[in-house]
Design a protein around this ligand. Sequence first.
Ligand code: FA5
Length: 340
Amino acid sequence: MLDQLNTLKEKALRELNAFTEVMQLAEWHKQYLSKKGELTQFLKQLGQLSAEERPIVGQAANEVKQSLKEFFDARQQSLQEEKLNQALADDEIDVSLPGRLYQRGRLHISTQMLRKINEIFSQMGFQIYDAPEVESDEYNFQLLNIPAYHPARDMWDTFWINDQVVLRTHTSPGQIRAMKEYHPNPIRVILPGKVYRYEQITPRSEHQFYQVEGLTVGHNIKMTDLIGVMTEFAHKLYGPARKIRIRGSYFPFTEPSIEIDMDCILCSGKGCRVCKYTNWLEVGGAGMVHPVVLRNGGYDPKEWSGFAFGLGVERPAMLKHGINDIRSFYGNDLDFIQQF
Ligand code: FA5
């Protein structure tokens, strides 16, 4: 019977080693190690043996059973590993590689500044008004008191879509749209958005940048209201120590027109390259809305008055973060962008 037992063991191991699929193992287990399996059947015959033979064959049968179990476990593990290695070798996707970490997105530095400016003016009661980036000559120039062939057009050379359609050179055409929409009610809006200019690109000038326009129309609105709003804006953006200065200027759509400057936050009055040793930095253009523009928007200038301003967005961001070249904003340099 011991021979029979050895033959059974050898046959079982031969079959076990020949398997190539993990699925085949279950069948093998059933055939040899289950209650109805060949080894159990073999053990049932022990009763026919003599009292001397029985313990010897019984012990041998139990050893064979134990060793078949161990071979089974080992084969199962090695087959699984073989399968995994094969899958890794065959497949282009290495499932054992750790996944790639997704980088967290962030807002572009211009968007951050734009939102900050929006927030400051919202707190002062300004509504946000959206106006188109592609404008007509009429809105971008004519209704803003800049007729065809007026020399002031040279201040805002732009990209023409055709003879009558332009990429807006400033956010000011939105003033007319807001007036036409809100007439005859008072207005207090800001108009943020992108503007385009046929511009020589320099460390301070891009051909595409953001502006935030402001417009108020009401009764008895005065220049002092404009200066108050601009001072509050500078304090909220750069801190309460900032000083504002105004200079006379010229814009066809405001009268009088001013340029608003702020004392240099980088050198605090000592003089540096950024403020060109003048101690002052330009914040934006502004003025009282020109009577012609009020009339073009539907408001009678004898009854209504208002102020308007136009601020850059990139330049204040440059000041806040000490950036010395505006071209970095849209240069697709991730190392730059990820700093903010
Ligand atoms: C204007 O665009 C007027 N529409 C502003 C205005 C509105 C005046 C309402 C009166 C009433 P200006 O061209 O100066 O003005 O531009 C305003 C601001 O835009 C500048 O102070 C500057 O911050 C920003 N800016 C102008 N040109 C560029 C440029 N090429 N690159 C980046 N920022 C610019």
